[in-house]
Design a protein around this ligand. Structure first.
Ligand SMILES: [Zn+2]
Length: 224
């Protein structure tokens, strides 16, 4: 922003005897409009991560789930670390699942031994090898099936959304309802949720739950 400001100032022509006026450069008319301000901000947002977010909104899931995913990707879920940083007084900031490390988004969804177990069950289920990524955005981005169409990959991204959503719900059940930590249970709920979302939201997803559980890759690769 400072460099941009400096560039504008250095190219300005100072004209004597002309009264200064305020001009909004974001619109050809020179007048401020909210939509032109949005367009300006959107241009600044278009970094390498822009495509990740663009893709994320297209997942076949319900709006509240997509909103959760957006917050997960931005690292803005109300984890204990996040709440503590905002001044909320807590008894502890350790992870509700493993009780060993600080509960950040990065830890809860990627690095926690229970999260790792759920991801591992998922890759075994689908039958692929996956290299663990260093951060959530890279993890989401590399959750990609090669030689599959965008439509098929959106099904796969839906599984990513289901895992993070189920991990969060499971964490809340442990914190608020004395739930017992169980990675297998999280994984099974992931299979149910991802299938239900596809049945309700995706056009032509006509596979039974048994098909989905027993042959997920064949459901994805034959989905047109
Ligand atoms: Zn943990």
């Amino acid at each position: 922003m400072e460099i941009e400001f400096d560039r504008h100032i250095s190219s300005a022509n100072v004209i004597k005897d002309v009264k200064d006026v305020q001009v909004w450069r974001g619109d050809k008319s020179g007048c401020f409009k909210v939509n032109s301000a949005y367009d300006c901000l959107a241009k600044y947002e278009r970094g390498p991560q822009f495509d990740v977010f663009k893709y994320q909104w297209k997942i076949n899931a319900f709006p509240d789930v997509i909103l959760t995913e957006w917050r997960v990707l931005l690292g803005r879920m109300p984890t204990r670390k996040c709440l503590s940083r905002k001044g909320v007084v807590l008894n502890t900031t350790v992870c509700a699942l493993c009780q060993t490390k600080e509960e950040s988004c990065q830890h809860l969804f990627l690095e926690c031994k229970y999260a790792l177990c759920v991801w591992s069950l998922c890759f075994k289920w689908i039958g692929i090898l996956f290299v663990q990524q260093k951060d959530i955005l890279s993890h989401f981005e590399s959750f990609h099936l090669f030689q599959s169409s965008n439509k098929q990959n959106l099904v796969w991204k839906g599984v990513w959304a289901a895992i993070t959503r189920c991990l969060w719900e499971h964490r809340n059940s442990v914190v608020f309802n004395q739930g017992v930590v169980d990675a297998e249970e999280v994984f099974q709920k992931t299979q149910i949720k991802s299938w239900l979302w596809m049945k309700h939201k995706a056009h032509n997803f006509n596979y039974s739950f048994a098909d989905w559980v027993l042959n997920p890759m064949s459901c994805i690769s034959s989905y047109k």
